[in-house]
Design a protein around this ligand. Structure first.
Ligand code: C2E
Ligand code: CA
Ligand code: CA
Ligand code: CA
Length: 277
């Protein structure tokens, strides 16, 4: 009927308005960014609390846009996930982070690890495991040096499928870290069933950690929980001497944050942390 098609028309138009023009332009540019080699990986060191040495680095994606400059992943990862572009982009990140790690290994830093963020969307791909496997083979990286970071929310979007793939990754020998821990659908029960090696304490808990009793208690509890469950623990967003002192007193083994370094280019990281490169 006339009324029905009118309603449909209205619905269609309002949907078009919701997906604003800016997003469509961004989506097209992002599609080309990969082949135009505009994507870059920055690395942020992960520091051993006791020795203060770098033990690994997290790969963090950047888009070096020709006119907009360096664009943060928080602006384009959601669009990449929505469109599925995160699949080829994520593969590119994984391959290049492993290639970079191989160089560090070959130059004598043979215990270094690399942490790569994977989107829940990538876990929906049937060939995720074979993709990871072939990248490890091609780059000649032993699986335990690759750490995959996933958030609780990403796991819960598609629990069954994601959980099975996490188990397969574990069987491969890859390590798995739970990112932004404490901010998602935190249920402690799943820590028992999920194949996890590391908890990353979300950086929101670092805020005023010395004065804020709640944040101090939560951080302390996550560190203790990790120890009791036999998991590694990484504190994210460490920016100050006070936070560092607190975390060391609580025996948090690994730290990451601006106090040590912002995410930087691989060459810069080598200059700063890998002395004889
Ligand atoms: P994330 O995985 O939680 O990464 C940590 C974020 O905190 C990074 O932001 C990092 O630059 C920032 N950060 C590190 N130390 C500090 C600190 O001391 N203080 C403050 N204020 N911030 C700190 P970035 O690089 O903008 O990345 C944002 C998010 O984008 C990441 O959060 C991650 O969820 C996502 N992301 C980045 N690269 C990739 C990727 O290759 N694939 C996917 N799927 N997601 C990615
Ligand atoms: Ca992460
Ligand atoms: Ca995080
Ligand atoms: Ca985050």
């Amino acid at each position: 009927s006339k009324e029905k098609s009118g309603t449909y028309h209205h619905f269609f138009r309002s949907e078009m308005n919701d997906r604003n023009l800016e997003n469509i332009i961004l989506e097209n540019a992002l599609y080309k960014a990969l082949e135009k080699e505009e994507l870059v990986i920055y690395y942020q060191p992960q520091i051993d609390s006791r020795t203060k040495e770098m033990i690994g680095a997290e790969a963090l994606l950047r888009w070096n846009h020709p006119t907009e400059g360096m664009i943060s992943p928080i602006h384009f990862i959601p669009i990449a996930e929505e469109t599925g572009l995160i699949v080829p982009i994520g593969k590119w990140v994984l391959a290049n982070a492993c290639k970079q790690l191989k160089q560090w290994h070959m130059r004598g830093y043979s215990n270094m690890t690399v942490s790569v963020n994977l989107s829940g969307r990538q876990f929906e791909e049937d060939d995720l495991i074979s993709m990871v496997k072939s990248i490890l083979v091609e780059t000649d990286i032993a699986p335990e040096f690759l750490h995959i970071e996933l958030t609780e929310n990403q796991i819960f979007k598609n629990t069954e499928v994601t959980l099975e793939k996490m188990r397969e990754l574990k069987r491969l020998g890859v390590k798995i870290a739970l990112d932004d821990f404490g901010t998602g659908y935190s249920s402690l029960g799943y820590l028992k069933n999920f194949p996890i090696d590391t908890l990353k304490i979300d950086r929101s808990f670092m805020l005023d950690i010395v004065k804020d009793k709640d944040n101090a208690a939560i951080t302390d509890t996550i560190i203790t929980l990790s120890r009791n469950l036999g998991l590694n623990v990484i504190a994210e967003g460490v920016e100050t001497e006070e936070q560092l002192a607190f975390l060391r007193a609580k025996q948090c083994s690994i730290m990451q944050g601006y106090y040590f370094s912002k995410p930087i280019e691989a060459g810069e990281l080598a200059k700063k942390y890998l002395n004889h490169l």
